[in-house]
Design a protein around this ligand. Structure first.
Ligand code: URA
Length: 431
């Protein structure tokens, strides 16, 4: 078999066989296929796509490129949840302890943020001591004893994705639905979970800019899951505006804690109830969405969800007590953006808020950048809130002096109207 023949086949819009896809992955990972040939094949795939079978073969080949985790000895449902990445997305930090408190086991590997999207790992690392790099044995111990853990991607899992993603990033081949689907699904399936919710973010702040693309990605991932014997559900959720009111790291942990106490922002709380109900139904822990939402409501109101959060953070060596101290979130610089207008606010860009948060220090523009855990944005007003003249719209925080021009970047992306408008948080669910 020769890689040049495989490239030509895909360039001519022909279907690749399982053997050809296995050959590509095996030989690219072991260094026999150089980056320039892999790039040519990835571009042919971006332009001519892969069908469902080819995408499943690719996912399987990527899973087989490294180790996999087997939880079957626990004889239980292992739940997982993955988001395609957004702004203000702290869903895992709230949803996982809720599910765990309701009897599901959650073993989750998460990623860091890059560019305008924040990463769950960075947010968790803003808590002193929190260890994202548990050994395989420690990961298993925490999951067995506490019924949940969130760690970083294990280097030995899906090495093919690591190598291919780095190449896609610099060759214009990220934006391919089958390549995104196989990248996400290979990592989820290698982690050994058997009940997975995929939160496909949709809007200007996300990879999928419109509902049609998001549905295509969601359906493709469901089909791959079916072929590989896992239960998958997809929720397509709004990323036209940031999720919740907090964007950053410590500031998002505080919002997560408030949500676990039942005081979360309306949009974020709606996503938590919706995603939680979908996973409880998928795992056969509830008979209807209504019943599932009631279970979530109870576990928040009786304090067990927050108790589980505290237990989980401690189990991964995080100093959870510190986050309840008044001065834990203590940014040196603060700048309030004041409104010159009045009316119902509409935020037109999640991405701009993510970029401003990144410029304040909350995120990275390059992988090597370090993070300022104090940096971020608080939306004193969000979409559909009524704003009076001179009200504080947004507050910017940082450990370094704040460039006042950042205010204009945000003010250019909002508008006011004299009537509230409809916002849908969950655009659609696919199962
Ligand atoms: N997230 C991933 O893990 N992979 C992609 O290709 C895109 C988003």
């Amino acid at each position: 078999m020769r890689i040049i023949d495989i490239i030509n086949k895909k360039a001519n819009k022909e279907q690749l066989t399982k053997e050809e896809i296995d050959f590509f992955i095996e030989n690219y990972v072991n260094g026999n296929i150089p980056d320039y040939q892999a790039s040519a094949l990835l571009m042919a795939i971006r332009l001519n796509s892969l069908n469902e079978d080819e995408t499943s073969y690719l996912t399987n080949a990527m899973i087989n490129s490294g180790d996999t985790i087997d939880w079957s000895y626990l004889n239980t449902t292992i739940a997982d949840k993955h988001s395609t990445g957004g702004v203000g997305d702290k869903v895992s930090i709230v949803l996982c302890p809720i599910l765990s408190a309701l009897g599901l086991t959650v073993a989750k590997m998460s990623g860091r943020g890059l560019g305008h999207t924040g990463g769950t790992l960075d947010k968790l690392e803003s808590i002193s001591g929190y260890n994202i790099s548990l050994s395989d044995k420690e990961f298993k111990n925490v999951v067995e004893n506490h019924k949940m853990a969130i760690v970083g991607q294990n280097e030995k899992l899906v090495p093919a994705d690591k190598k291919i993603y780095a190449l896609r990033d610099v060759t214009g081949t990220v934006e391919s639905i089958p390549l995104i689907a196989s990248s996400i699904m290979s990592k989820k399936l290698a982690t050994g979970s058997n009940c997975i919710l995929l939160d496909v973010k949709c809007g200007n702040g996300a990879f999928m800019k419109n509902l049609e693309q998001a549905k295509k990605l969601g359906n493709l991932m469901i089909q791959i899951g079916k072929k590989l014997n896992r239960k998958i559900a997809v929720e397509i959720t709004n990323m036209e505006k940031p999720l919740g009111r907090a964007i950053g790291n410590k500031i998002e942990i505080l919002e997560a804690v408030e949500t676990l106490k039942g005081n979360g922002p309306k949009d974020f709380t709606e996503i938590i109830y919706s995603s939680g109900a979908t996973l409880l139904l998928l795992a056969n822990k509830a008979n209807s969405e209504e019943e599932a939402k009631k279970q979530i409501d109870e576990i928040i109101k009786n304090g067990k969800a927050l108790e589980k959060f505290n237990e989980w953070i401690k189990s991964q060596n995080g100093l959870v007590e510190e986050i309840y101290k008044e001065d834990w979130f203590n940014p040196k610089y603060k700048h309030e953006i004041i409104s010159n207008n009045e009316g119902y606010l509409k935020i037109n860009s999640a991405i701009e808020f993510g970029l401003v948060a990144m410029k304040l220090g909350a995120g990275r523009s390059k992988k090597e950048d370090s993070i300022d855990f104090e940096a971020g944005i608080y939306l004193n007003k969000t979409s559909n809130d009524y704003v009076n003249k001179n009200d504080v719209l947004f507050t910017l925080y940082s450990s370094k002096p704040i460039d006042k021009n950042l205010s204009n970047d945000l003010l250019n992306k909002i508008e006011f109207s004299n009537k509230p408008f409809e916002i849908k948080e969950v655009l659609t669910k696919l199962m």
